[in-house]
Write a protein that binds this ligand. Structure first.
Ligand SMILES: Cc1cc2nc3c(=O)[nH]c(=O)nc-3n(C[C@H](O)[C@H](O)[C@H](O)COP(=O)(O)OP(=O)(O)OC[C@H]3O[C@@H](n4cnc5c(N)ncnc54)[C@H](O)[C@@H]3O)c2cc1C
Ligand code: SF4
Length: 337
């Protein structure tokens, strides 16, 4: 392992200054992703700046379900918080669908958002990977691509973003608060992560030294009728082949409003705006849900490789979207009857 220094600054500004001053420094939170990458040689920082205690662990309620979640809040605490469970059930469900109890007790909100892809070739420094090194080829293109992207990918990388929580935050219209060397800014979570666009080395739009300090969830009655569904190879301790986060309001059998995001399909959590547009004003039926999912997938490009591709994800998305929306539609129907 390459030697590195370790610092635990007193506040967020000092942490940002420390990382901003060294192009090879990195923030460290719970360490559940970054420490694996240090051991594997995937990450070789010169300095680790511990932010676990300089970002707030608080979850602040603003009324009507509006929340601010500190970047230091643990995944386990966010999932168990009564206001999250009541006003944003999709977020609690997404967190509980991820990793294990032990990991959720270490993993932070900021670190979860910034975790890196689980593409096996990315984690194996003996295989070429464009995301690790722009001069290398992508091994997944001719290899094991079962977990890889069907939307928004390009020749440089077909990896998917791994966070369950981020998919729920995208559907719930969340925003991140960011502190950087040049000041603070807010970014919708839907715009935080990038598509590869020829440079998959960059997962997000964050500049070096920018620290996520909190996540804001807007007040919303729609979010209270939300859900997260994760389809995976085994019942626990596995990343999503496909996941769906949705919030739905049905009036008189018609979709009045909807939010929909997909996980396991792209280099970023995928906000399904085409499907949302198709659904608003449509009958709240399985036929509409299936048709909307297919509309979202119109530009999908699954890959076929000698080790098996990921074309099966098309039907999986349609089924998972339909099941999730059907469940939410029946909740609305029960509440209004
Ligand atoms: C066996 C296993 C199974 C898992 N299964 C799942 C799963 O099913 N679903 C899922 O979603 N996740 C899963 N995870 C991933 C887990 O959720 C992440 O490892 C965790 O959320 C990362 O949080 P952390 O605080 O430990 O981040 P760290 O490992 O400390 O950091 C991760 C990255 O984020 C950066 N970072 C950390 N905090 C900040 C900040 N505030 N601002 C800017 N950058 C920051 C770090 O520099 C680093 O690059 C799994 C992990 C393991 C090991
Ligand atoms: S899909 Fe992306 S992360 Fe995986 S090998 Fe190809 S370039 Fe690397």
């Amino acid at each position: 392992m390459k030697p590195f220094s370790y610092a635990r600054p007193d506040d967020a500004r000092a942490a940002v200054a420390a990382v901003g001053a060294d192009p090879d420094a990195a923030f460290l939170a719970g360490g559940t992703n970054l420490l694996d990458h240090l051991k594997l040689g995937v990450a070789t920082p010169s300095a680790l700046v511990d932010v676990a205690r300089v970002t707030s662990a608080d979850i602040v309620e603003h009324g009507d379900g509006g929340l601010t979640i500190g970047a230091g809040a643990l995944n386990a605490d966010v999932a168990a918080h009564p206001a999250v469970r009541r006003h944003h059930p999709a977020l609690a469900q997404a967190l509980l669908a991820g990793a294990s109890g032990q990991l959720r007790n270490m993993a932070t909100t900021g670190g979860n958002l910034l975790q890196r892809t689980r593409c096996a070739y990315f984690a194996d420094t003996t295989t070429p990977c464009t995301k690790r090194d722009l001069t290398q080829a992508c091994s997944a293109r001719e290899g094991w691509a079962r977990y890889h992207a069907i939307l928004g990918a390009d020749a440089s990388c077909i990896a998917t973003h791994p966070s369950d929580m981020a998919v729920a935050l995208v559907a719930l219209d969340a925003t991140v608060q960011v502190l950087g060397p040049d000041g603070s800014r807010r970014i919708p979570v839907a715009e935080l992560h990038r598509l590869p666009d020829g440079d998959p080395t960059r997962d997000t739009v964050l500049a070096h030294g920018e620290l996520v300090t909190a996540v804001d969830l807007p007040a919303s009655t729609l979010a209270a009728n939300s859900a997260y569904r994760k389809v995976r190879d085994r019942a626990s301790y596995a990343f999503a082949l496909v996941s769906v986060a949705a919030a739905l309001e049905v009036r008189d059998g018609t979709v009045a409003d909807v939010r929909l995001a997909l996980g396991g399909v792209a280099h970023k959590p995928w906000r399904a705006t085409r499907a949302e547009d198709a659904l608003r004003g449509a009958p709240a039926t399985d036929e509409s849900f299936r048709a909307a999912a297919r509309t979202e997938l119109a530009d999908a490009e699954p890959v076929e490789t000698p080790l098996g591709g990921n074309g099966f994800k098309l039907d999986l998305v349609v089924g998972a979207v339909t099941e999730t929306l059907r469940g939410l539609a029946s909740t609305t129907a029960r509440e209004t009857s």
